[in-house]
Design a protein around this ligand. Structure first.
Ligand code: CIR
Length: 257
């Protein structure tokens, strides 16, 4: 479930300052690069071997490699973004994934972002959002079926950019979620822990092997996760948050061996 030996990341370029941001905030590219370096070091420390792709200046949000594709040990799926400035990202990832995966499927209808796809112990959820429409979600369910897995379409409350902006699986039994998602009754058979008040973005975390990587801006939620017995690693996310992102979206992770 959380065993990963391989991951792909992309180094941010200067254009990251122009990444999509609902609030119109602009990150400082140098400070964001430093945050990205800390993230890369934490992935390596957690036991993952990385392939680091070069910056793609023409796509400001291309460091969020989790959105244009979905990967499993069984194969990968290239997705389609409805955000015009992100539409070229799947094509840029395709040759990389072709080298790494024997089976590479492609979403050929509708739109879906990887940030809306959450792997749970007994199923995969795909959340409808401003980036994932019903046609794309239904096509994803069909494609994941070809890879031998089951996915379920859910409708998270309005105002969540991506499903995984607001929730994450921290162990086989526990999901951490922002309050609106925690109340939405999406996670069958799992215990849901809400993030601390005022720390909505804390749920954009990622569990890699034994480590739970979390934003350092969310100390009270980090304490809740640590109290469950997890090894929490706090990482700087102040710049990354300015373009509506967090830790889960900056890598594609899978178990190759
Ligand atoms: C965007 O709006 O597409 C980027 N600025 C942030 C994407 C973050 N990805 C994610 O939550 N999965």
């Amino acid at each position: 479930m959380f065993d990963f030996d391989s991951a792909i990341v992309r180094t941010p370029g200067r254009s990251v300052a122009d990444g999509l941001s609902a609030a119109g905030s602009k990150p400082d590219p140098d400070r964001l690069l430093a945050e990205h370096r800390a993230y890369v070091a934490a992935l390596e420390c957690a036991g993952v071997t990385l392939e680091t792709l070069p910056p793609l200046e023409e796509f400001p949000d291309s460091i969020f490699v989790e959105d244009p594709a979905f990967v499993l040990p069984e194969g990968a799926i290239l997705l389609r973004s409805c955000a015009p400035t992100r539409a070229g990202e799947p094509a840029a990832l395709e040759p990389v994934l072709r080298r790494r995966f024997d089976r590479l499927l492609e979403l050929d209808r509708g739109f879906a972002d990887g940030g809306d796809i959450l792997i749970l112990p007994h199923e995969i959820l795909i959340g409808l959002s401003a980036r994932t429409d019903r046609e794309g979600a239904e096509r994803f369910v069909a494609l994941i079926g070809e890879l031998g897995r089951k996915a379920r379409i859910v409708a998270p409350p309005e105002g969540v950019l991506h499903l995984k902006s607001g929730c994450a699986l921290v162990d086989e039994e526990v999901v951490v979620a922002m309050p609106a998602l925690a109340r939405a009754d999406l996670f069958r058979g799992l215990r849901v822990i809400a993030v601390a008040e005022g720390e909505n973005e804390a749920a954009n975390l990622v569990r890699i092997n034994k480590k739970v990587l979390m934003g350092a801006d969310f100390p009270r939620t980090a304490e809740r996760i640590a109290e469950l017995g997890h090894d929490v690693v706090l990482l700087p996310v102040t710049e990354i948050r300015k373009i509506d992102a967090g830790l889960s979206c900056m890598s594609l992770r899978w178990q190759a061996g």
